[in-house]
Design a protein around this ligand. Structure first.
Ligand code: UDP
Length: 265
C-alpha cells in the first residue's frame, strides 16, 4: 500500500501504530490512547491528522468506490471501528487488536479538547441534531470550546464557503458527520489542504449525542453486536448490512486461501 506524504512524515517523527490491510483496505492497530498522543503531536507540530473509521461495510464499498478507497488510503489513522474488522484481522493472522468505535474516539477527543483548550467544529447532521449534539457536549464538558458548527445538508458548491468558515473559526479539531462515503470524500477533497490540524469522520455520532439514535447497550458493545442492535432499531439499514455478508464470504475465502498456501507451500 502506498502511504501518503503526511503518513510518511508521521512514520518518521513519532511512534505510529502498525498498519495492516484487510481485503485491500488499510487499517491501523490503534487504541484511543495512542490516537490522543498522535493528535497532540500533530497539533503541536502543525501537522495534519485525518481520522477515519473502517468497518466491513466500508471495506466492501471501497472496493467499488474509488473515491472512497483513495480517501481511506490518504488518511492518517484508520481506526478498527467494526467488530468484523477485528475478527478478520485475527482470523487472517494479521493482528490481535481491539475495536475502537468512532463514537467513543470522538467523545474521548472532546474530553481531551476541553482539557487542552482546543477549538472544535461540528460539521454534519440536520441543524436540529447538530445544535442538540453541541448542547449535549457542552453539558458533558462545560469547558469545551465549540468554535463553530454547520449542518450537513450541503452541496459541493457550498464547500468553499464552509471550508473558509472552518478555517476562520480557528478550530483545531473538525468532526465530519455526513455519513459514508460523503464525509470521507469531502474530507479528502476539501480538508487535506485546509490547515485544520485534526479531522475525524464520525458518521451518525451527532445523532447519538443529540439523543435521536440510542447507542447499543454496553452488553451488545462488549459482545461486538452493536451492528445487530442498530439493525434492530433501524431496519432500513438492512440493505446496507448486505455488505457484511459479502465481507464474511471474502474474509473466509482469504483465510482458506492462506491455509491452503501454508499446507501446500
Ligand atoms: N448526513 C448529513 N448530510 C448528508 C447525509 C447525511 O449531514 O447529506 C448526516 C445524517 O443526518 C446523519 C449522518 O450524516 O447524522 C449519517 O449517519 P449514518 O448513521 O448513516 O452514518 P454512518 O452509518 O455512515 O456512520
Amino acid at each position: 500500500m502506498v502511504l501518503d506524504c503526511e503518513s510518511r512524515q508521521l512514520n518518521r517523527c513519532m511512534t505510529r501504530p502498525d498498519r495492516i490491510e484487510i481485503l485491500g483496505t488499510p487499517v491501523d492497530v490503534v487504541d484511543g490512547e495512542s490516537c490522543v498522543v498522535i493528535v497532540d503531536s500533530c497539533i503541536d507540530q502543525g501537522k495534519n491528522c485525518f481520522i477515519v473509521a473502517v468497518n466491513p461495510e466500508k471495506i466492501v464499498r471501497a472496493r467499488k468506490n474509488k473515491a472512497l478507497f483513495n480517501a481511506l488510503c490518504a488518511s492518517t489513522i484508520l481506526i478498527p471501528d467494526g467488530i468484523g474488522v477485528v475478527i478478520a484481522a485475527r482470523l487472517l493472522g494479521l493482528a490481535d487488536m481491539k475495536r475502537l468505535a468512532g463514537a467513543d474516539l470522538m467523545v474521548r477527543l472532546c474530553a481531551h479538547a476541553a482539557r487542552k483548550g482546543y477549538g472544535v467544529f461540528l460539521l454534519g447532521a440536520s441543524e436540529d441534531v447538530n445544535q442538540r449534539a453541541s448542547e449535549a457536549l457542552l453539558r458533558q464538558y462545560p469547558t469545551l470550546n465549540i468554535v463553530g458548527r454547520q449542518h450537513g445538508y450541503i452541496s459541493d458548491e457550498d464547500m468553499p464557503t464552509i471550508v473558509e468558515g472552518v478555517q476562520r473559526s480557528g478550530a483545531q479539531i473538525l468532526f465530519l458527520a455526513l455519513g459514508t462515503p460523503k464525509q470521507e470524500i469531502l474530507l479528502h477533497r476539501y480538508f487535506m489542504e485546509a490547515g485544520v490540524p485534526v479531522c475525524q469522520c464520525v458518521g451518525g455520532t451527532l445523532d447519538v449525542l443529540a439523543g435521536r439514535v440510542d447507542r447499543a447497550p454496553a452488553i451488545f458493545r462488549r459482545l461486538g453486536l452493536e451492528w445487530a442492535y442498530r439493525l434492530m432499531r433501524q431496519p432500513s439499514r438492512a440493505l446496507r448490512q448486505r455488505a457484511l455478508l459479502v465481507f464474511v464470504v471474502e474474509a473466509l475465502r482469504a483465510w482458506l486461501l492462506g491455509l491452503y498456501r501454508r499446507v501446500v507451500g
